[in-house]
Design a protein around this ligand. Structure first.
Ligand code: 5AD
Length: 438
């Protein structure tokens, strides 16, 4: 099964190809392939990741063609705003009208939205975000796989269940061959085209070993590799980029330096931001964001978090609720509401309507089983499936009862695809749109 529909190359401009994708034009960077006009390619996050043979591409496209337009219709119907219904909250209407016209909202207007507590008003906010998602991104939804390669971590983050605080957790570290095998299987057997490799900050792997693993995976299969190993150092970023990694998932966790210092003993927000900025300057796609509901965090902090993600050039916004883990110093803290998490996704969509890929995080799915659907209807357009070998999953216990801890990859795919179909979304990711890339 293929999660990115191939597109036909219409034009070549230097290292970029312009690709026709059911009538829409997208642009992708071609670093490695010999490509001519008329060829078919698959791209992820704006990078060409493989050439597809013409016969194969035509077969996939003809299988998709009818369904694709059907899905677009369903999505359009579900994302329409019903303008007839009068809402008693006039201020809310005015703010959302501005947002729908893509006029930047002022901070106090964003705060008004984040403070909403009446369920009907929240629904109106989600609908508006969903409308913007449809307007700028159509029905595409990217699906990435994540492989949690090790739960060793040298950090003492006070919220995290795999930090040094958790003395009773059995630790595992996947061997290089196992990581390569799992990645190859995810691509060849299950059709993933983008994989996140994640671990705690594990001194058990050297950067050179990780680089070799990435090189080996890239040799064997066409895939966008996203790294997520914490602060690996600026040289580490360079080495892994040279090895073929093209994206990084690194949250700054909170934009409030005081909260950051409190929950990351001995560390500073600035050093994390330097990492993210360096990665951006090297050409990595940036997936970043923050925890929602941290102790001492205000709604204004959350808005600043979204602004910061935007400023850092986020390709993907990863905002999820903080779920207290009993074996950590913050274990007794309260769980944030699902609404706060959904409102944050909706605000991210409003603040960065045109560019943002917004992830429904596993933490949100853990907080509420309907969250995947609700998130996708509140502005989100990206999912991550867990392709870690099942025997390790429950040990990657960053918070308790993590969703998708047991589900086979095939089951997760089935469920995700069927949900996407019901919402009229197509599991595609074919580079940035031509209008955005300019
Ligand atoms: N609840 C929710 N998310 C958490 N993470 C770590 N601990 C928790 C928790 N208790 C998130 C962090 C990190 C990502 C890998 O997991 O935001 O960036």
């Amino acid at each position: 099964m293929c999660y990115a529909i191939p597109g036909r190359v219409k034009e070549i401009r230097d290292k970029y190809v312009l690709v026709d994708y059911f009538g829409e034009e997208k642009k992708a960077l071609n670093e490695f392939y010999d490509i001519a006009v008329g060829d078919y390619i698959c791209a992820q996050g704006g990078f060409v990741i493989k050439k597809v043979k013409e016969d194969e591409a035509k077969e996939i496209l003809s299988a998709w063609q009818e369904l694709f337009f059907e899905l677009q219709d369903v999505d359009l119907r579900l994302s329409r705003m019903d303008s007839g219904k009068e809402d008693s909250d006039k201020k809310l209407r005015l703010i959302l009208d501005k947002a729908l016209e893509n006029i930047p909202l002022k901070k106090d207007e964003l705060l008004y939205l984040l403070d909403l507590d009446n369920p009907q008003s929240c629904q109106l906010l989600y609908k508006s975000a969903n409308f913007l998602r449809q307007k700028y991104h159509k029905n595409s939804c990217c699906i990435h796989g994540i492989i949690e390669i090790s739960n060793y971590c040298r950090r003492q983050c006070t919220y995290c269940g795999i930090s040094t605080h958790n003395k009773s957790l059995s630790r595992y570290r996947m061997a290089a061959e196992e990581i390569i095998e799992t990645s190859v299987e995810a691509v060849e057997k299950y059709g993933f085209q983008a994989l996140v490799l994640q671990s705690g900050e594990d001194p058990g792997y050297s950067v050179d070993e990780i680089a070799e693993i990435i090189t080996e995976i890239k040799k064997k299969v066409p895939v966008l590799i996203c790294i997520s190993f914490g602060e690996i150092g600026l040289e580490g970023l360079e080495k892994l980029y040279s090895a073929g990694a093209r994206a990084i998932l690194m949250r700054f966790e909170t934009s409030n330096p005081k909260i950051y210092a409190r929950i990351h003993p001995g560390q500073e927000l600035n050093s994390r931001l330097e990492h993210i900025k360096k990665a951006f300057s090297l050409g990595y796609l940036i997936a970043t964001g923050a925890l929602i509901g941290l102790p001492g965090q205000s709604n204004e902090d959350i808005i600043n978090d979204i602004y910061l993600a935007k400023k850092l050039g986020a390709e993907m916004y990863s905002f999820g609720p903080f779920l207290p883990h009993p074996k950590t110093p913050l274990g007794n803290f309260k769980v944030p509401s699902e609404e706060l998490a959904l409102k944050t996704l909706a605000l991210a969509r409003i603040i960065d309507s045109e560019s943002a890929k917004i992830l429904v995080t596993t933490a949100l799915e853990t907080l509420c089983s309907a969250a995947r659907k609700e998130g996708l209807l509140a502005g989100a357009n990206s999912l991550m499936l867990n392709v870690t070998p099942v025997k390790y999953r429950k040990l990657y216990a960053i918070y308790p009862n993590k969703a998708n801890n047991k589900e086979l990859i095939s089951t997760q795919i089935k469920e995700a695809v069927s949900l996407l179909k019901s919402l009229g979304r197509a599991p595609t990711d074919l580079g940035v749109s031509e209008t955005k890339a300019g």
